[in-house]
Design a protein around this ligand. Structure first.
Ligand code: OXD
Ligand code: MN
Length: 589
């Protein structure tokens, strides 16, 4: 008997009959197991041990160069009805997807070990947690999942205790890593994920995007909660109160930086606590408060640009017990290196680039989407509230995007419906985390474009439905750190973003710090703490104002976007947008 869950046993048998592995290993998460897995990767030369004095228990893994980012074009939602997946997803019929996967997976594990990894997303004893089992033939995936989730024996015990089909099934095989065989398939109706011919984190660590966001968003709609692409942080104020916030930004817009921000010197008494940097599951508790848990246990962050100055806490999180993927290696002292780590010229060092070749000075030494995997507990600003099974009560929800023009530094929603509108029309310029063109503006509602598993119109209706379920919902805000003038950023970002969070706290406390406009409440000019900031009056005006003519045009674009979801329409948001447009037409220009 493999496990005490018959349903799991029969799935393991089904997968091993198909993939034909040389043996099966049920992962326990023990130290010995971890060591064995590391040794396998060291022996195969896919992984290198880093300097144990400077980077204790740290490793550098190099992936196949064709496999360095999520592949959204090869990611499918396989629902019975195409319209349910919506134009926001690639769709494949479940029959076709199973057929395709079966032919790719036939004997795909032959000669390899099949690892069965039970895991829990969320604190082990949380009523909001969910179980999963990932079957994979990649020791790298197991090692990462052991950091990113609560995995191994304890998770299996939970799965055995609950019994039946209480877990999301995730089947992953690296096959031959060819792009032709690469597919990331989601079967929400079967609670199943199949990922083939890839080893990249976002495609292969199935607990993360595939389970916690795609399958999660499907289940959340059915069960009345929200699975979101959000960090969770706590802002401690000088009177020692902590205000919890969840914030959604598209990939590569600084979620990890904001989640572990270090207060600027001028803001004495303020401190940011880190509970999560990528995913939040939100549930209404019995009193109607919206509570957030972080389903993950680790950080899978972008390395380039991380320095003591830009993100002190991330920098210090990754000095031990960390797996680096696709960074450069300094052969002189076996330390990892990446663009933005320090002021050194990479050509002056004895570097091997991310592909494992001597660095020639051409192109980046570390891949722009190179990653670190480390326990969130390594983060100096980690809050143990992240382990609270009940989660934290949210005071604010923040949406954001990367907009060079148009969108003010911060605005507050007029009410829940308007807040959902602000989230739904968030847009951003693409980054290196996905293999699409860099720098193209795309609508990225709630930063969920690549992750919402069903038609966005239905998703927005689900968000809107919370309005009638509670009197204690958090306030909603929209921020934009990326405003530019003459091609230069006009807001410094990073730790100075705490000034905006402090304004949000003031607002949650009912402070009279804002003025009404058709697009939302904007800060009164003197309401932000800008001490020692050296920001000119004109720049501040640009940051805190809006252009009604441009916004009227934006509303027309948003209306076009809102009507692009087939037979499903979110009438409430369409009406919200029409009202704003009408108000803008009358607004003093
Ligand atoms: C991530 C992403 O890796 O959003 O978090 O792409
Ligand atoms: Mn993300």
């Amino acid at each position: 008997m493999l496990t005490k869950n018959i349903y799991l046993n029969s799935w393991i048998k089904e997968v091993s009959d198909l993939t034909n592995p040389k043996d099966i290993h049920i992962c326990t998460g023990s130290i010995e197991e971890e060591e064995t897995l590391k040794q396998i990767l060291l022996n195969s030369k896919d992984m290198v041990k880093l300097n144990p004095e400077k980077y204790p228990n740290c490793y550098l893994y190099r992936s196949n160069p064709n496999d360095v980012a999520r592949t959204e074009n090869l990611t499918y939602i396989c629902t019975s009805f195409k319209e349910e997946a919506g134009p926001n997803n690639n769709w494949m019929s479940p029959e076709e997807a199973h057929k395709k996967a079966n032919s790719i997976l036939k004997n795909s594990m032959s000669g390899r070990t099949m690892y069965v990894l039970p895991y829990v997303m969320g604190p082990l004893s949380s009523p909001y947690s969910k179980c999963g089992v990932e079957i994979t033939d990649s020791p790298y995936v197991v090692l990462n999942m052991l950091i990113m989730t609560r995995a191994g024996s304890q998770a299996l015990e939970k799965i055995e205790e609950i019994g039946g089909d209480c877990f999301t099934k995730g089947l992953h095989s690296i096959v031959d890593l060819s792009i032709e065989k690469r597919n990331i398939l989601h079967f929400p109706e079967e609670n199943l994920i199949i990922s083939t011919s890839t080893g990249y984190g976002g495609n292969a660590l199935l607990g993360k995007k595939c389970h916690s966001l795609r399958i999660g968003s499907w289940q959340a709609r059915q069960e009345g909660w929200l699975a979101e692409h959000m960090l969770i942080l706590g802002v401690q104020t000088p009177d020692d109160k902590i205000y919890y916030m969840a914030a959604a930004f598209p990939s590569g817009c600084g979620k990890t930086n904001l989640a572990m921000l270090k207060a600027p010197l001028e803001m004495k008494g303020y401190k940011v606590w880190t509970l999560g940097d990528d995913i939040a599951w939100l549930h209404l508790d019995k009193d109607g408060y919206l509570r957030a848990i972080n389903p993950e246990a680790g950080l899978f962050g972008i390395v380039p640009g991380t320095s003591e100055k830009t993100n002190y806490n991330a920098y210090h999180s990754i000095m031990k017990d960390t797996i680096f993927t696709n960074v450069a290696l300094n052969l002189d002292d076996m330390t990892p290196w990446w663009e933005g780590k320090d002021d050194k010229d990479p050509r002056s060092m004895n570097l091997v680039d991310w592909k494992g070749n001597p660095y020639t000075g051409e192109g980046p030494a570390a891949h722009p989407n190179s990653r670190f995997t480390t326990s969130i507990k390594n983060c100096p600003s980690y809050s143990s509230m992240a382990e609270d099974p009940e989660g934290v009560v949210l005071s604010a929800i923040i949406f954001g995007g990367r907009r060079e023009q148009l969108t003010p530094l911060v605005m507050e929603a007029k009410n829940w419906t308007h807040g959902v509108f602000l989230g739904a029309c968030a847009a951003s310029e693409t980054t290196a985390a996905a293999t699409t063109k860099i720098g193209v503006v795309r609508r990225d509602p709630m930063a969920m474009k690549p992750f919402c598993c069903y038609n966005f119109s239905l998703y927005w209706n689900h968000w809107l439905s919370f309005k009638d379920k509670s009197l204690h919902l958090p306030k909603i805000f929209h921020v934009n750190w990326f405003r530019k003038e003459n091609s230069k950023f006009i807001w410094p970002g990073f730790s100075d973003n705490l000034r905006v969070l402090a304004w949000i706290v003031d607002s949650c406390n009912g402070k009279d710090n804002k003025i009404y406009t058709p697009i939302g409440f904007l800060p009164k000019k003197d309401s932000l703490n800008l001490s020692n900031m050296n920001i000119s009056d004109t720049t501040l005006d640009t940051l805190l104002s809006f252009n009604p003519t441009l916004w009227e045009k934006e509303c027309s674009d948003i209306l076009d976007y809102f009507s692009s979801f087939g037979n499903y329409k979110c009438d409430t948001l369409i009406k919200e947008c029409l009202n704003i447009k009408e108000e803008l037409q009358k607004w003093d220009k």
